[in-house]
Write a protein that binds this ligand. Structure first.
Ligand SMILES: *[C@@H]1O[C@H](CO)[C@@H](O)[C@H](O)[C@H]1NC(C)=O
Length: 183
């Protein structure tokens, strides 16, 4: 065999080996929302099933192909969820106009929904600012409602559950938005 034939066979073989090299785990084709739920289960709470089920309730989320789209759909779901929570609170207020319920139903949920809408509006142009709206404005309004509920002698179990849902949405939105930041 002349050396050129040998080299060309070697070249061909190496090409075959490279193209068959095992793929790193990160390139396995998870859907983007599955990636976010895996991260959520590792970093925040091990309930991956709950994460997947909650996000799947918006049929657009499993088919999101960019983190911009995913972030927008997640924040949109958070707005819908918070709007329903606010409606619940406004109804509760009719029979129980305690200062805590009034504050949560009006001022605090207005602030929560406004923070989410501000975040939604800036996802494309500045994902870091979107994260800041969630961390600062949303967390502030959420904290004020929680604080008011704590100061009230009644337990308000179901209202605490509503407020608690926001942690989930804030965390998954942030995990999704993180993928848009320059690293
Ligand atoms: C709001 O979100 C939480 C967490 O995903 C979920 O358990 C709850 O059912 C949602 N509420 C409504 C009314 O969709």
């Amino acid at each position: 065999m002349n050396p050129w034939t040998f080299l060309s066979i070697l070249f061909t073989l190496s090409f075959i080996f490279i193209s068959h090299a095992p793929l790193p785990a990160s390139t396995i084709n998870f859907k983007l929302y599955q990636v976010v739920c895996i991260q959520y289960s590792v970093r925040v709470s091990p309930n991956i099933k709950g994460c997947l089920a909650a996000l799947q309730s918006d049929p657009r989320i499993p088919s999101a192909e960019t983190y911009v789209a995913l972030s927008i759909f997640i924040i949109d779901q958070a707005i819908k969820n918070s709007t329903l929570s606010q409606n619940f609170l406004k109804n509760l207020m009719k029979t129980d106009p305690s200062p805590a319920i009034k504050q949560c139903a009006n001022e605090d949920y207005d602030g929560i929904i406004k923070a989410l809408k501000n975040a939604l509006a800036i996802v494309i142009h500045n994902p870091q600012t979107a994260i800041n709206y969630l961390r600062r404005d949303l967390a502030y309004a959420q904290g004020k409602c929680s604080g008011a509920l704590k100061d009230d002698p009644k337990p308000y179990f179901e209202v605490n559950v509503l407020i608690h849902n926001l942690y989930f949405y804030k965390d998954v939105a942030e995990l999704s938005l993180n993928h848009l930041l320059d690293k």
